[in-house]
Write a protein that binds this ligand. Structure first.
Ligand code: IPE
Ligand code: IPE
Ligand code: MG
Length: 254
């Protein structure tokens, strides 16, 4: 049995088809805090702590790319002090926990409209990417000020500029070329997207990349989302019949 891991957890990947690229919408911090009569900021802090746990578990299960939704282009609509706390927490998290990420061999990258973030956050991003660039085990991609529509808009603008400059013919614009002009074209599209906290929507996460992603929702709120939830998601994912518009492999053979 190909079991790896520590005393309590069995990272048993025998026969388990684990996604190479996984997306997680880290939702439910506010509800987690409310249930405990705590301020929303306490929920965000608990959520940030839980990201370490997810990274550890994904790394040991053999996920290669983990993209997490940390702050959307729509989250600016929240009260100013909540936005401020989220930005501060982001900086603190990546400065304080880098040694642990390093221990797990995790390279950190960011996706989103980074140029529009405060300078302090941009510095944390630049330092985090530089410091971790040679780590090999897994990539943690943090979607920060990310919006799927903003990403597509950005790709469209880049291609339009090339057409205007005479470097590209409109007929040369293909799905492939659009993919190559997304924020991180080398990151494979996620095979699976997990959303804790019960909401059945993407909320503008990876719109282009999720065309054929499997979707899995837990009732668990993000700060409580642990090893058992992840394992269940992987088991369910392994049993899905991904047809991509064709026939299932069984039908195709008969
Ligand atoms: C996710 O938790 C964190 C961010 C969106 C930044 P929420 O803050 O959305 O938590 P709920 O949905 O209110 O419970
Ligand atoms: C999505 O959660 C964004 C993040 C988790 C960062 P939201 O809580 O912002 O999504 P909605 O508003 O419920 O769709
Ligand atoms: Mg939410």
């Amino acid at each position: 049995m190909a079991a790896i891991g520590d005393k309590k957890k069995t990272y048993d990947t025998t026969g388990l088809k684990v996604p190479v690229s996984l997306g997680v919408i880290m939702d439910g911090n506010g509800r987690w805090a409310k249930k405990r009569l705590l301020p929303r900021s306490a929920g965000h802090r608990a959520g940030a702590e839980n990201l370490k746990e997810l990274c550890r578990n994904c790394g040991r299960y053999g996920v290669k790319y983990l993209t997490v939704y940390a702050f959307s282009t729509e989250n600016w609509a929240r009260p100013e002090d909540e936005v401020h706390q989220l930005m501060e927490l982001f900086v603190e998290f990546f400065e304080r926990y880098d040694p642990e990420l390093e221990q797990e061999g995790i390279r950190v990258r960011f996706t989103g409209d980074i140029a529009a973030l405060p300078e302090k956050v941009r510095n944390t991003i630049a330092e985090g990417e530089e410091r971790s660039k040679n780590r090999q085990k897994m990539q943690l991609i943090v979607a920060m000020n990310y919006g799927g529509r903003r990403e597509i808009e950005n790709a469209a603008r880049r291609l339009a500029k090339k057409v205007k400059d005479g470097e590209l013919e409109p007929e040369q614009i293909t799905e492939q070329l659009l993919s190559e002009n997304m924020y991180l074209p080398d990151v494979p599209d996620p095979e699976l997207i997990i959303r804790p906290s019960g909401e059945m929507r993407l909320s503008n996460f990876l719109l282009w990349e999720s065309a054929y992603s499997e979707f899995w929702v837990s009732q668990t709120l993000w700060p409580d989302f642990g090893y058992d939830d992840l394992t269940q998601a992987f088991r369910d994912y392994a049993g899905r019949d991904r047809r991509f518009g064709g026939l299932s492999s069984k039908e195709g053979k008969s």
